[in-house]
Design a protein around this ligand. Structure first.
Ligand code: SAM
Length: 245
């Protein structure tokens, strides 16, 4: 079985165009790294959501990597909180999938890890709607057009009043203001948006759906024309995460 220590210096044979997203996680070994700073804030946002959301809850993490955010957050909680969280992590790299699965087993959580391309809505069938959608480490790696599409599509991943936690650094071009506007246009209110966290360029946004959710695959029940606005939410083009295509 592979371990995090076995991480490849280069792309994986399964996805030769994808950067080394196993080695990418090594930044979390350094608590001072900007990624560790971001991770702690995402975990804090997850715990805040858990505290204001009673009862059984469902989580969906897209491009979940090794799941440090949701798993690290739940590691801080006792059996009662751990038992009320179900859901899924979608991750394309098999080594990251295996690491997350081992972590989940160690914590005794009812979470599954699905090895799939999160860039198509098909990957989400049966895994949504979720009460919490985690989009961490995605928006810095895809185009502005794909971010806008992802924001609109994410409404289809949501249960009523679901929360989305997202990240996007301040790198040029700083798309933070655009992303915040897109969430508003997609029917979300902003609960918080922390920027330049602890002096890093990291940004963590928390938004809540305040409009009715939409079905995941509206095109299958009601065909839409290529130019209708809803088509833009059907993700006709896969979300592309840096290096995958
Ligand atoms: C920047 S990392 C973020 C990991 C995690 N969300 C975090 O914040 O710690 C991006 C992750 O997305 C995964 N990934 C990239 N393209 C993907 C795709 N099309 N579908 C699913 N996962 C993908 C990579 O393997 C990697 O683990």
């Amino acid at each position: 079985m592979t371990s995090v220590e076995d991480h490849r210096p280069n792309a994986s044979p399964e996805h030769p165009d994808l950067r080394d997203y196993v080695g990418w996680h090594a930044a979390y070994d350094d608590p001072e790294s900007s990624l560790s700073v971001r991770l702690r804030h995402v975990q804090r946002a997850i715990l805040d959501w858990l505290d204001r959301t009673p009862g059984p809850v469902r989580v969906l993490s897209s491009c979940a990597g090794q799941g440090h955010d949701i798993l690290g957050a739940l590691e801080e909680r006792g059996p009662q909180d751990r038992a009320r969280v179900t859901g899924a992590l979608i991750e394309i790299d098999p080594t990251n999938v295996a690491i997350a699965q081992r972590h989940i087993a160690r914590l005794g959580l009812a979470l599954s890890v699905v090895e799939a391309d999160a860039g198509t809505t098909d990957a989400y069938a049966g895994l949504v709607p979720a009460d919490l959608v985690i989009l961490s480490g995605i928006m810095g790696n895809i185009s502005a057009a794909d971010i806008e599409r992802l924001v609109h599509v994410s409404r289809r991943f949501c249960a009523p009043a679901a929360t989305i936690i997202w990240t996007r650094g301040a790198q040029d071009p700083d798309l933070g203001p655009d992303i915040r506007r897109w969430f508003s246009q997609a029917g979300f209110e902003e609960l918080s948006c922390q920027e330049w966290i602890e002096g890093t360029g990291m940004r963590v946004g928390v938004n809540r759906l305040i409009t009715p959710p939409r079905p995941l695959h509206p095109d299958r029940s009601a065909p839409v024309s290529g130019s209708s606005p809803s088509t833009a939410e059907n993700m006709p083009n896969p979300i592309t995460v840096k290096g995958i295509r």
